[in-house]
Structure formats: C-alpha cells, structure tokens
Write a protein that binds this ligand. Structure first.
Ligand code: ADP
Ligand code: MG
Length: 706
C-alpha cells in the first residue's frame, strides 16, 4: 500500500505497516503475486483466510474410510501392477491390517514403479473414491517411510488458501506461518482488537488474535465441515467484525449526508389538495402513512434520504407525486429519474397528466432528446420554468443545470448503487444545500438485509395494496401446450379483456430478442385473426413505442406482444392476462415484476408461465414459488434462498458491499447484533470506528467523504 511506502521497515509493531517483503522468502516477484491477491502487508496476509481445510492430523485406519473422505492412510505395499485398459495405468494395493486400498496412477515412470516393491511402507494423502475391488485414491500425495520410524503427523488442520497464478499453496503456508509468529510476538500492538471487551463478552466473541490464529491453524479436533461452512465462532467473529465495519461505514455516510443542508420544503398544501381532489381514488392507509413520513422529512433543513419499498402495484407513483407537489409548492424543482426509457416515459405521462392541469410545466429528458428540443428543455430547466423534470439518467449529465432543484426522486432503486445515489445528491448541490432524495423500489428486500444494504437510508414501506384487487392466479405450463394457451388468449379477449404476451429470450443480444418478439407477433396475429395485435420492444423508436402503448391503454389493441421492456411501470388496468414465454430463464424478481403488470383492475387476472422442458430443479422451484404466492416479500425471501444475495441484488449492490468473508445470506442472523454493536461502539468507543472501517474497507471507505 502506497501509504506505507515511506515507513521505515521494522520500526512499528503494527502489522498493517509491515510490508510482506519483510518476510523470509518474499522477493519482488512473490510480492507482485501477493499483491494480485490484495496482499501487501503482514496484516493483509492474516486476513487472507483459508477457503478449505484438509485433515492430516491423524492416520486413518483403512477399514474406516468412506468414499468422499480426504484422509491420511499408512500401509505397506501388497501388490503393484500395470494394467492395460483404455489407458495404461499403475495400480498399487496397500493394506494396514484394518483394510486395503488401491492407489491408481495414470502417469508414472519406471523409477516410481520400482519404488512400490512389496512390503514398502507408504503414507498417502488423497480423496477416497469407490473402486472395483477396494476403495481407491487417484494420484494421491505419498511418501515412503521407514518401517520403524515414528513419522509425525500435522499438528493442525491443513489450511488451503485461495491462491493465484504462480503462487503455490505450499509457499503461502510458510508465509502465513511467519505472519502468525509476528502476531504472537507483537500481540495487541501488532493487530489491535478494536472490539472492546464489553462487546466481545456480550456477543460471546473470541478475541481477534485468537480468531485469526484458529482460522489459520485449527486444532486437530476442529470440525472441517463446520469450518468450511464458515460457522465456527472464530470465523463468525471475523464475519461479525467485517459486517460491523460495513455497517459503520454506511452509517457514517448517512451522518455526513444528514449533517448537510437542504432547502426547507414546507409548502402550503394547495397543489396537493387539488391533486387529491382530482384523483379517482383515495389513498390507502399505507400510502398516507408514507406520504406523511416524507412530508415531515421535506420540512427539515437537512436532506431527506428515504427509501420507499412497496410491492408492484402498491401505488408508489402517487406517493412520489405528492412529494413532488410539496416541493413545488415550496418553490423548488423536482427531478424524477427512472432506469429505463420506457419506465421514465410512463412516469412522464402520469406526471404530465396530473400536473399540467395544476398549471405546472413538466418536462421530459432522455438521451434520445437531441438538437433544438434538447436546448429548449435544458433552458426551461435552467431558468426554472420547468417545475418537474422526468427522465432517465440523462437528467444528470454535465450540461443539465437546474435553477433550484429541491428534490430528486429515483424509481427502481435496486438498479442504482450507493455511489450513484451520492453522485445524484452532489449533482443537485447548490451552494451549501443539497436536494432531498426519495428512492423507490419494488424489489422488496428482507428487513435484515435492507438494514445493511441501505443503512445510509431511512426506510418506509407501503405494505398494502389498493382495495379491490384480487391476487393474480398463476399457472405453470410446458410450451408444447401452446395451442391451448393461444385459445385462452382468444377467449379472454373475446370477453373484452386485454392480454400481454411476453417474449423473454435471454439472448445477450437485444436484437435477437426483438426479432423473436416480432416473429411471435406475426404468428399470433395469424393464429388470432379476430384480434388486434400490437408489438413493443426496446429497439423501436420512442414515438412508435409510445403510440403502441397508448393504443393498448386506450383498448384499441387486444393483445400486446412485448419484450421484457414492459417489466417495470407499465400500467394498463384492463389487461388481465399475461403469458410469459421461457419463464424458466428469468429470475423470480423479474417474473414478479412482469406479473405485476396484470391484476391492476377489478377483473380476476391470470398469468401463464410457459416453460420449455427439460426444467432444472432450481427453475422448477422458482416457478413453483411464483405459482404459490403473490407476496413480493415472500418471493424476495425465497429468491435469496435459491440464488443468494449476490445474484438477487445485482453486482452493483454487492459491489457496494464487497465482502471478503461475510456472506449476507449465511450470516443474516448476525445482522441485528451487528447493529446493536454499532450503537455501542458509536456511543462509547467512537475512536474505534474509523480504524475498523479502514481495516475492512480500506480506501473504499473514501466514498464516505461526501
Ligand atoms: P407501483 O407501486 O408498482 O409503482 P403504481 O404507482 O404504478 O404502482 O400504481 C398501480 C396502479 O394502482 C395505478 O393504476 C394507480 O393509479 C393505482 N393506484 C394507486 N394507488 C391507488 C389507491 N389508493 N387506490 C386505487 N388505485 C390506486
Ligand atoms: Mg412503479
């Protein structure tokens, strides 16, 4: 680490200031390879933890071996012979009085072969496999030992470290050995335990040095299974500390952000009252609660940082509109941003329809708006004529200057990571003040995870759907029953209902996906001559897309064939049937989103998940979850179970928490304690928070300096 380049070597006992080059056997080449693993200091080496273990601490009687074991055995050679099967191989049978095993070698030389004379004693280590006559080891490690000598076994479980090109396991081990020696000599001065005894005691955690030592060199009685599952208290102690460091860093981020100034957006309520009057429905209790939470935030002189979670169809848009109107009443501009063009357009249409009658100017900005139109829009934003701006991230490009941006609303939060959240806040900076920020997501995240991932945000939950909705009925059907499904579409449309047909080829190429949708549209139009079939996909011009959506919404089209571009935001209450092709290839969250496009009106809605055989176990499980529940939180929970947080939340999210040893799913149960420990630390040991964050996040914690 450059930070330490100038520190005189050998001076400080602090292992984080000792470069690995101080260790025996580390020259420039090895140092470079270690650096590839992120190891630059002795401390880094201590935090480079084994991913697996081998038990070479005892010699296992052959009679007790079972296939799958990795074990040390010792015995004498009974027989060595060359077999000619499909390949030439050397078979060596050894026995120890309790049983026998066969060593199988595909590569060997005459010397080796000669070494296996009858009666020679061997000690071998390898994985045990079933064999024809006896159990076998294929290419085990072995050495010849003297018959009467007492050969030592390993004193600890053998750690297997994650390694890299050119750096052998066998050279990593002596390095960690030296690092552990240094740790033993320097004690707390070498590796400070930033968790105070009170916290260790309360959460029953071992000390840092003890945990590190144990994980690198577990005693013979340690359970390999427990260690490899990451469940040993020593590992959990390290996981705890890592999660704590991340949690603290997000909290720090939040405190820093909260200490900033924001415009006080009180508003007189007039626009909001007129808006609510014009709405054809009343807000649900959950919507009212969340609206009130936001209203209170906006009146403070520090920026709101609030995440609204609400299942698909729970009515987040209206909540956003009320927040926007409050800001406008108070004289501020509002920017509303969505991750896709289509969703942004949908919002634009809604906000335009709601707000133009109130005498407000709503403008639209996407990357596709060019030339004069763009210049005019930018001018309206810059001189403040535009009160509300809707768009994609084009809204936050260099050339966009806001007159008095007071509130930023971001839809579908999970697609934006913490860095983007920060960039947005900074973009709207005016003098000393920053805009308030409201983010909305339809991907519900279990509370414990939300606490960690969004510890920099306050959370509101719309946990109620508008009345009069009946849950979507979902069926799972193989695609060889396509004709039946087509017939079902015909019947539904004959009764005046509308339907979506979603083509979900997972081809990387958008072009192929759009082509598939085009083909499907043609086929369906032929099969259903009485129906008006429309098509919408990502490669169409905005204007055409919009025209198709508009005529579907107006009921002029019966069936809309689409790619997953309709995943988010599209809102046509009369559509009550959805067919999803190749549903097995999509994730649960995405299917849930798609399905959320139906079930928005009073009619009983249904969703047909079509799949192609053969179906994998996991895909079957996923589709089963969708069939059994429409509760977004339950679906999110199952999704996490099936796929793990990395995939569920996307690389951006997990990138934000680039965890070294913790696993959000496995270690979820630690999160409440981590939160408690964070409180204690901040209250009573504030000096330890910065070093903890630095230890685990390194320079990544820089983004905390907002
Ligand atoms: P989402 O939370 O998925 O973004 P929307 O804001 O798009 O949901 O709302 C879904 C549909 O429900 C829209 O047609 C919206 O007008 C309607 N809606 C929202 N709130 C209510 C309510 N309180 N009562 C009835 N319908 C509502
Ligand atoms: Mg929405």
């Amino acid at each position: 680490m450059q930070l330490h380049k100038d520190v005189p070597v050998t001076q400080s006992p602090d292992l984080q200031s000792q470069p690995v080059t101080l260790l025996r056997g580390v020259g420039p080449r090895a140092a470079q390879r270690l650096a590839n693993l992120g190891i630059e200091t002795v401390q880094d080496l201590l935090f480079h933890l084994p991913s697996r273990y081998q038990d070479r601490t005892r010699v296992v009687p052959m009679g007790s071996l079972r296939p799958g074991d990795e074990a040390v055995v010792e015995g004498s050679v009974d027989l060595a012979e060359i077999k000619f099967g499909r390949k030439r191989m050397l078979l060596v049978r050894i026995s120890d009085g309790t049983g026998a095993i066969t060593l199988r070698f595909f590569h060997f030389n005459a010397n080796q072969q000669a070494g296996f004379a009858r009666g020679v004693r061997l000690r071998c280590y390898g994985e045990v496999r079933p064999g024809t006559v006896t159990l076998e080891m294929v290419h085990p490690e072995y050495k010849r030992i003297d018959e009467h000598a007492i050969e030592a076994v390993e004193e600890h479980l053998t750690p297997i470290y994650p390694t890299t090109e050119g750096l052998h396991q066998l050279s990593l081990r002596p390095l960690t050995e030296q690092a552990l020696e240094r740790l033993a000599q320097s004690g707390d001065a070498g590796l400070r335990d930033w968790l105070p005894p009170a916290i260790l005691k309360k959460f029953k955690l071992p000390s840092l040095a003890a945990a590190i030592r144990y994980v690198h060199r577990p005693p013979p009685e340690a359970s390999v299974d427990e260690l490899e599952a990451g469940r040993h208290p020593a590992q959990q102690r390290l996981v705890f500390e890592e999660l704590l460091a991340h949690h603290l860093s997000l909290r720090q981020l939040r405190y820093a952000a909260k200490a900033q100034l924001a415009p006080v957006l009180q508003g007189d309520g007039k626009l909001r009252a007129r808006f609510l009057d014009a709405l054809s429905f009343t807000l649900t209790a959950a919507q009212q609660r969340v609206v009130a939470e936001i209203a209170a935030d906006l009146q403070r002189e520090h920026p709101m940082l609030r995440l609204v979670q609400g299942d698909v169809g729970s009515g987040k848009t209206v909540v956003a509109a009320l927040a926007a109107l409050q800001a406008v009443e108070a004289g501020a501009q509002v920017a509303i941003m969505a991750p896709t063009e289509l969703l942004a357009e949908q919002h634009y249409r809604n906000f335009h329809a709601w707000m133009t009658p109130l005498g407000l100017e709503v403008s639209w900005l996407s990357g596709k708006i060019k030339g004069k139109a763009r210049t005019a829009t930018l001018a309206a934003i810059a001189d403040g004529t535009a009160a509300v701006m809707v768009g994609t991230h084009a809204l936050f490009q260099e050339d966009v200057q806001f007159a008095r941006l007071g509130l930023v609303i971001v839809d579908e939060q999970h697609r934006f990571g913490v860095h983007q959240r920060l960039a947005l806040r900074d973009k709207g900076k005016q003098g000393e003040t920053r805009p308030h920020q409201l983010t909305m997501t339809a991907t519900p995240i279990p509370r414990t995870l939300a606490m960690t991932l969004y510890a920099d945000l306050d959370a509101s939950i719309i946990d109620e759907l508008p009345p009069g909705r009946s849950p979507v009925q979902t069926v799972v059907i193989p695609d060889n029953r396509r004709p039946e499904i087509v017939e079902r579409v015909r019947q539904a449309c004959a009764q005046g209902r509308q339907a979506y047909w979603v083509c979900t080829l997972i081809e990387e190429s958008e072009a192929l996906q759009c082509q598939a949708a085009e083909d499907t549209a043609v086929q369906l139009a032929e099969a259903l001559p009485d129906l008006r079939v429309g098509l919408v996909h990502g490669r169409m011009k905005s204007r055409d897309k919009e025209a198709v959506m508009a005529s579907f919404k107006a009921g002029e089209l019966n069936l809309l064939v689409a790619t997953t571009v309709i995943e988010v935001g599209v809102d046509v209450p009369n559509a009550s049937l959805m067919i999803i092709e190749n549903a097995e290839r999509l994730g649960l969250a995405q299917l849930h989103q798609l399905r959320g496009r139906v079930g928005r009106g009073a009619a009983q809605s249904s969703c047909v998940l079509m799949y192609r055989n053969p179906l994998s176990e996991q895909a079957r499980a996923r589709l089963g979850v969708l069939r059994d529940t429409t509760d977004g939180f339950e679906i999110a929970r199952r999704d996490l179970e099936l796929r793990g947080p990395g995939e569920v939340l996307g690389t951006r999210q997990t990138g934000l928490l680039s965890l070294r040893i913790a696993d959000l799913l496995r270690d979820q149960d630690l999160l409440p304690s981590v939160e408690q420990a964070a409180e204690t630390l901040l209250e009573s040991y504030p000096e330890s928070t910065a070093p903890l964050i630095r230890r685990w996040l390194g320079d990544a914690s820089r983004y905390g300096e907002v």
